[in-house]
Ligand binder design. Sequence first.
Ligand SMILES: Cc1ncc(C[n+]2csc(CCOP(=O)(O)OP(=O)(O)O)c2C)c(N)n1
Ligand SMILES: [Mg+2]
Length: 253
Amino acid sequence: MERRNAELEARVAALEKIIDELRRGGKRQAAPFAKSPPKSDPKKPGRKPGDDYGVKSRRAIPPRIDEVHCAPLPDACPACGGTRVRRTHTARQYQAEIPRGYMGWGNVSTLGFSLAGAVAAKLAFPERQCVHVTGDAGVCYMMGNFEAVARYKIGITTVHINNGGYSGYGPGFWGAGHDPYTWKVSDHGSACMANMARAVGFHAEDVTDPAQIIPALERAFKENAGGRPAFVEFICSHHPVHGGWVRPGAGAH
Ligand SMILES: Cc1ncc(C[n+]2csc(CCOP(=O)(O)OP(=O)(O)O)c2C)c(N)n1
Ligand SMILES: [Mg+2]
């Protein structure tokens, strides 16, 4: 009987120890000193690039578009009833792959800030692929800083959407546009921004063939992995081309 008692007491003590450890473990966030000793080879925090990413939580991309919804502007403003309705901007939609992995803006932003944004993202998350997208004017605002990005071997990719002008400022469905001095840029044949980036150390390419979009990005990302920034210039149609949902605005831009 005594032996049995001693056995049970030892068992209770062992179970109490386990309960205590579990309790302490549950408070890890609040009390780091309750943690067990750190692992010598801990996994890097955050999402991994490539195959190491793990299971993606987004919906599967449908193989073909089977439904299109038109959202035309109403004839009058639903708030004030005014009939001078005009389009001011197009809202893009993104399905983010990584929570907080996309940095963007609502409508108006400081042209050129995306280079600094991508550099900051890369410094904060060196294991992630960082890409920024800019227009012609944006490139001109940031070009003075490309050399430093190459010198510090910051492997980011700049995607330049070259639509041969500053959209919204030139002529369009909204009217004649501003004075040409506000929107005209040199033809790509005489002013190639990819050449400019290459000259200061970037891997750089011009892309005119849609089939080359993905391969060019893959080449850029490969260069990035080796610590070389990349500049991919996509030559697009002049100014925006909008879908059939756009109707002429009542006034000039
Ligand atoms: C620092 C700064 N200067 C001026 C503007 C005003 N602005 C807004 S869009 C734009 C033209 C943008 O042209 P581009 O970069 O070629 O882009 P696109 O609209 O053609 O895609 C200008 C000058 C701004 N947003 N930020
Ligand atoms: Mg442009």
